[in-house]
Design a protein around this ligand. Structure first.
Ligand SMILES: C[S@@+](CC[C@H](N)C(=O)[O-])C[C@H]1O[C@@H](n2cnc3c(N)ncnc32)[C@H](O)[C@@H]1O
Length: 274
């Protein structure tokens, strides 16, 4: 079945975060308790053993920490903007909406047409949660978003920016900043070294093309330089604000600590100025 449900490798990558959130929510619900992921993964006809081997526990926990960091930032935004609009760029099978919905926000999940078709087999649209079947690089999706600037608009992009070249991401974010003044955006990024290591691992696993491209060292030296409209509200390494449980597997803890020391993964939170 594995070879038939996806057109592209990058789309297949959406199964990793879903699998991690489902597996580790059952093991470590105090880290993140993603009941929707646990529920929908039962309906995915896919052999997850490859993903389990490829990800390793420490990377899976990193995906949980990413989701937790996003949830905290989103909930804080909702406190001040209870009727905000959210756009989840490269949504895949992401289930953030179900964890943070307050009953009044509006949420869009945007992904490539084949990814959205697959998403629809597991998750349904509703009045306040719509799917957009388009490439994020096709900026016509801007016109599909219903929003009121006074109610707030917030973009999330988990597991997204490093699959693209820097000029593709800079063009996208510069255009978003122009079109959505006062909006905020949160995403994760990985270092240049992590890009290299990720590509080597992907090559070993049989991938012919480079999987990862845009690496981020110090975010302060990159994003604000793209446009005076782009401000960094916050950035931190993936585990900087999440407790590492001493009961987790020792190797996983060692790898998490090592990756933190070299700032391999980070969360970047931008604001677009008027
Ligand atoms: C690693 S997955 C992350 C999925 C999700 N954000 C999560 O955290 O569970 C990357 C996602 O980006 C999507 N993607 C790839 N290229 C895209 C594009 N040009 N526009 C929108 N989404 C894209 C893929 O289909 C996939 O769902």
């Amino acid at each position: 079945m594995n070879d038939t449900i996806f057109d592209e490798k990058v789309e297949e990558t959406m199964l990793g975060p879903l699998w991690a959130r489902s597996k580790y929510s059952q093991l470590y619900p105090e880290l993140l308790n993603d009941l929707k992921a646990i529920d929908i993964i039962k309906n995915v006809d896919y052999d997850f053993s490859n993903i389990e081997d490829y990800l390793d526990e420490w990377r899976g926990l990193g995906l949980m920490a990413r989701a937790k960091n996003f949830d905290i930032a989103i909930k804080k935004f909702i406190e001040n903007h209870p009727s905000a609009t959210f756009v989840n760029i490269g949504a895949g099978l992401d289930t953030t909406f179900y964890r943070i919905d307050n009953g009044t926000i509006k949420w869009y999940d945007l992904d490539l047409p084949s990814a959205i078709s697959f998403r629809k087999t597991l998750l349904s649209e509703s009045e306040r949660n719509k799917f957009i079947s388009k490439s994020a690089l096709d900026y016509s999706w801007f016109d599909e978003i219903e929003y009121d600037l006074n109610n707030g608009i917030f973009f999330i992009a988990g597991g997204f920016v490093y699959y693209f070249k820097e000029d593709e991401i800079s063009s996208l974010i510069i255009k978003m900043a122009k079109r959505f003044p006062r909006a905020e955006m949160i995403f994760d990024a990985i270092s240049k070294l992590a890009i290299k290591v990720g590509n080597l691992r992907a090559k070993k696993a049989g991938e012919k093309e480079l999987r990862f491209h845009f690496g981020v060292g110090n975010p302060m030296k990159i994003f604000p330089k793209w446009s005076p409209k782009i401000q960094i509200l916050d950035w931190y390494t993936i585990w900087a604000r999440t407790k590492i449980d001493p009961n987790w597997d020792k190797n996983s803890i060692a790898m998490i600590k090592k990756s933190e020391r070299i700032k391999a993964g980070k969360i970047v939170h931008l604001k677009f100025l008027k």
